[in-house]
Unconditional design. Sequence first.
Length: 131
Amino acid sequence: MIAIDVLHLIEERYDVTVIDYIVMPDHVHLVIFLPERRDSQEKIPLGRIIGAYKSIVSTRWLSVCKQQGGNVSKIWQAGYYDHVVRNDTDLKEIREYIQWNPDRWYEKYKHICGRPQGSSLRDFNEKQTDL
């Protein structure tokens, strides 16, 4: 899956750690650890990391669509929402929110698309990587 493969690339390129994530049909949730930098190292703004992620995913997705004869327009909204994790309790709550997001999404949109037999978005994401 492109969105997940690019996460690994971002980790390597920016020396960050993706602690948790979920790729949804219409958005993505990420928990990214930004390590402390030594005084001599430039601090990489989160916006640059998110911008790179969105750009690489878009480029790869557009390439796939072109190969398959499809047409695609913009896939990301402008900007992003961020939250600084303050403590372990905050992290636990955020990770639980991410974990259960597929179920909340399904409840919201089940009248439109339904869930595939015997699977869930959470199961799919868990099969994609070992976190």
